[in-house]
Design a binder for this molecule. Structure first.
Ligand code: GMT
Length: 374
């Protein structure tokens, strides 16, 4: 198949899923064309069957705001026509599915299909803005196929937008060969020189991630257990979290690593992963941690209970219940045999989301939407 993938190229779950999917599809013999405004973060290096097409932005003094949706649609038309694409696969609905709809109108002489994969904040936050509600509903309804990364997200989409459409649930996936604990890595030995327990969190530091809760949970834990907190990523809440660490007097025990490309050597040092999000449609970073044998303490929101097994791979608590999450953390960190069982269970659960099991679900779905599933 010839597949045009559009995603956000930056640090973020939807871009990671889109890029890893494209790379896996290319390895399986499909031709994949990435269409975006920048090279997707995980798309470095040459790979057979993959081409990247950059959306060029027209600059004209009259355009106070750049016309990305239109520029993207134009590039989609160009790539589809000359590369004879079978399908546009849009990751994150806005504006990608809208641009694809526009492109498809221009490509009326072709039979190109649109598949939109919903990832989370496109449905739970951005699309609910009153100014976007109708365009979101329209773009989803006009897609030939729609997938969501959890049952939770599927239900939210149907009810939030009052949509009557088949939505296929295809969860996030992980390369469990690449994401496996490597005991040889000593990445964090400087962070925890006295053998302290290491708690970790990865995110884009947006309010939805509640990173301040991560800091507060750690503050409780470090009172009882010698420990350090390693925070990976960057975003709007980072400065206020750094400030909070200073206010709590724990700044020496908290390491902000910023954005990191290679997570396995870091995760391989973690004892516990914290994800107290306000909303989380799946929780890809929790899956990455679990694959590296790191138990997770998370909130009970969204798709997290579809990933995590409470009392086996980690613990789940109500949003904002810092005390309970801290108690769970102390319980696990002070009980080595229990921790070992949880770490093994986390890895075992992650293996259920192995790429080789999930990628064929996308292929099968493409076939269905293209009408090749005789
Ligand atoms: O929350 C992020 O890290 C970014 C966001 C995105 O769309 O880039 O992630 C969403 O998509 C991921 C991949 O499908 C999911 O694993 C995340 O749970 C989801 N984030 C939220 O729902 C907040």
């Amino acid at each position: 198949m010839k597949i045009g993938i559009t995603c956000y190229p930056t640090y973020g779950g939807s871009g990671v899923v889109a890029t890893e999917l494209g790379k896996a599809l290319a390895k399986r013999g499909h031709f994949v064309h990435f269409i975006s405004y920048a090279l997707p973060m995980r798309l470095s290096g040459f790979q057979e069957n993959i081409v990247y097409h950059e959306v060029e932005m027209a600059n004209y003094p009259l355009f106070e705001f750049q016309l990305y949706t239109l520029a993207l649609a134009s590039k989609m038309v160009e790539v589809a026509r000359y590369e004879k694409l079978d399908v546009f696969h849009c990751h994150y609905a806005l504006p990608h599915a809208t641009s694809a709809y526009l492109a498809k109108q221009i490509l009326k002489d072709t039979d190109i299909k649109i598949i939109t994969t919903l990832h989370g904040t496109d449905i739970t936050l951005v699309g609910l803005e009153p100014s976007f509600l109708s365009i979101m509903k329209f773009s989803i309804e006009q897609s030939d196929g729609v997938t969501a990364v959890s049952r939770f997200l599927k239900e939210k989409t149907l009810t939030n937008y009052n949509i009557n459409k088949d939505i296929e649930v295809i969860p996030n996936f992980i390369d469990v060969e690449k994401y496996r604990r490597d005991p040889a890595t000593k990445f964090c030995s400087r962070c925890a020189p006295e053998g302290e327990k290491i708690l970790m969190h990865t995110s884009n530091f947006r309010p939805v991630k509640r990173v301040a809760d991560v800091v507060r949970i750690f503050n409780e834990v470090q009172k009882k257990i010698p420990s350090v907190l390693v925070l990976i990523g960057d975003g709007p809440d980072r400065s206020s979290c750094e400030m909070l660490c200073r206010e709590l007097g724990i700044e020496k025990k908290v390491k902000f690593l910023g954005k990191q490309m290679e997570l396995v050597p870091i995760l391989s040092n973690a004892d516990l992963f914290l994800m107290p999000s306000q909303s989380e449609s799946f929780g890809l970073s929790a899956l990455e941690a679990m694959a590296c044998e790191v138990p997770v303490i998370s909130s009970s929101v969204g798709g997290l209970p579809e990933l995590q097994v409470h009392g086996e791979t980690g613990f789940i608590a109500e949003i904002g219940d810092i005390d309970r999450m801290a108690r769970y953390a102390v319980d696990l960190l002070s009980n080595p045999s229990k921790h070992k069982l949880f770490a093994a269970a986390a890895r075992k659960r992650a293996v259920e989301f192995e790429s080789s099991k999930i990628i064929p679900l996308y292929e099968k779905y493409y076939e269905k939407i293209l009408g090749n599933n005789s």
